[in-house]
Structures are given as structure tokens and as C-alpha cells.
Write a protein that binds this ligand. Structure first.
Ligand code: AP5
Ligand code: MG
Ligand code: ZN
Length: 215
């Protein structure tokens, strides 16, 4: 199972991908998560990436394409993977299809999750993330069991630097200009399935599982 979750910031890609990992036992590959670890560890890639991420801009293609190339060649990706946040423009999508072709592999499905802008702003500005393991919560829609503590590791929750309202608005513009054209791109290749990402998290998950399981 090789899947792409496509959608604007706040669509629920990360939320759904982590549920899919449990059900289908394939890894979630989030370029955003990988970049945030690099930023936290202050690697040279992280230091360069931070400047783009803080503005809500895309990190240069060669960086993220390199991340994906390295990640999908690891053994745990043999049974498949879920791409969350990659590709994000046509050049990245072309690079992905070339790298998979070389490996005699291909993406099975692209699931596009759409959510209205107003709702996206509410979701992102209210999102909280575990400082340590990165698990996502929301101040209204997905509370931790103990206030301000991660259900998994008990560490403190924080707000992502790019989840302030002004940066959120910039990220939405970048999405529309650079990522949204991928809906057409994958639709022309007959790979696209679209769902509405509004409503309960479980209800959306059920729709995604149905798409995965249909032949
Ligand atoms: P990235 O980390 O990928 O962020 P994003 O695409 O902006 O998406 P988010 O993680 O913000 O949203 P999500 O769809 O995962 O939503 P979530 O499940 O958390 O990228 C960050 C940055 O890294 C980019 O800006 C860029 O600089 C760089 N980058 C990353 N990949 C790159 C690439 N390929 N190329 C270049 N640069 C790249 O949900 C959001 C909130 O809503 C949560 O609080 C959640 O609890 C809540 N929620 C989820 N579902 C529901 C629901 N159904 N109802 C109510 N609330 C819900
Ligand atoms: Mg995410
Ligand atoms: Zn945690």
C-alpha cells in the first residue's frame, strides 16, 4: 500500500496518517515531522529549513526530495508507506514518480482531503503538539486526557511556531498556489480519490479505509 494524503494545512493529514499506521502497519512519512526534528536538533538541514518553515514557505525541493528518497529506501517501507505532506508541488510529484519508477514501484492512490479555509484557521491556531513525540491535539476538538500533557509520553504540549494566525494565512496561500494544482495532476492520471475532511475524525477515517480497501 503506497498512499499519498493530499490536503491543505490543517486538513487532518497527520491525524489520519497516524491512525492508518496502526491499522495497516505501514510507516507514515511526514516531511514536516522530519524537518521539525532536524530543526529541533539544529542540524545544518534544520537550520536552513527553519527559515522557510517560519515564513510558511516551502523548503527547497532538493531538500525534501532527498529526504523522501532516503526514507523510502529503508526496509520498513517495503510493505508500503503513507506520504503526508509530500509531494507539495508539481516538481516534487514528478521527482517522486521518477524515483518510484526506478524502483519498479508506483503510488496506488492519492486521497485528497478538502476543508474550508475558515475551519482550517480554527484547527491550526488551536492545535497543540507534544514537545517530545510530536503527537497532535486540539484545544477544542481533541483534548488530551490530562490537561496539557501528552497521552502517549506525558510530556508538555506546545504550539507549533508556524501555527500563529498570520503564518497560517501565508501557508494557505502557498497551498493554493503550489500544492492545489496536484489535485488536477493526479486526477488526470486517474489516481485521485476525494473526500470532505469535515466532521468527526473517526468518520473521515472510515471513508479513507473504504477507499484503501476498494480495488
Ligand atoms: P507540515 O508539517 O506538512 O504542515 P502542513 O501541510 O501545513 O499540515 P499540518 O501538519 O499543519 O496539518 P495536517 O493536515 O497534518 O493536520 P493535523 O492532522 O495536524 O509542513 C510544515 C512546513 O514544513 C511547511 O510549511 C514547509 O515549510 C515544510 N514542508 C513540509 N513538507 C514539505 C515539502 N514536501 N516541500 C517543501 N516544504 C515542506 O490536524 C490539524 C488540527 O486539526 C489538529 O489540532 C487536529 O487535532 C485537528 N483535527 C484533525 N482532524 C479534525 C477533524 N476532523 N475535526 C476537527 N479537528 C480536527
Ligand atoms: Mg501534519
Ligand atoms: Zn508525547
Amino acid at each position: 500500500m503506497k498512499l499519498i494524503l493530499l490536503g491543505p494545512p490543517g486538513a487532518g493529514k497527520g491525524t489520519q496518517a497516524s491512525m492508518l499506521v496502526n491499522k495497516y502497519n505501514v510507516p507514515q512519512i511526514s516531511t514536516g515531522d522530519i524537518l521539525r526534528v532536524a530543526v529541533k536538533e539544529k542540524t545544518s538541514m534544520g537550520i536552513k529549513a527553519k527559515e522557510f518553515m517560519d515564513r510558511g514557505a516551502l523548503v527547497p525541493d532538493e531538500v525534501v526530495v532527498g529526504i523522501i528518497e532516503e526514507r523510502i529506501s529503508k526496509e520498513d517501507c517495503n510493505p508500503g508507506f503513507i506520504l503526508d505532506g509530500f509531494p507539495r508541488n508539481i516538481a516534487q510529484a514528478d521527482a517522486l514518480s521518477n524515483m518510484l519508477e526506478k524502483r519498479n514501484e508506483a503510488i496506488d492512490k492519492v486521497i485528497s482531503i478538502s476543508v474550508d479555509d475558515e475551519e482550517l484557521v480554527v484547527r491550526l491556531t488551536g492545535r497543540r503538539t507534544c514537545k517530545d513525540c510530536g503527537k497532535g491535539y486540539h484545544v477544542t476538538f481533541k483534548l488530551p486526557k490530562v490537561s496539557d500533557a501528552c497521552d502517549v509520553c506525558g510530556n508538555e504540549l506546545m504550539q507549533r511556531d508556524d501555527d500563529r494566525e498570520s503564518t497560517v494565512k501565508d501557508r494557505l496561500v502557498v497551498y493554493k498556489e503550489q500544492t492545489q494544482p496536484l489535485i488536477d495532476y493526479y486526477s488526470k492520471k486517474n489516481m485521485l480519490k476525494s473526500i470532505k475532511g469535515e466532521g468527526g475524525i473517526q468518520h473521515i477515517f472510515d471513508q479513507i479505509c473504504k477507499i484503501i480497501e476498494e480495488v
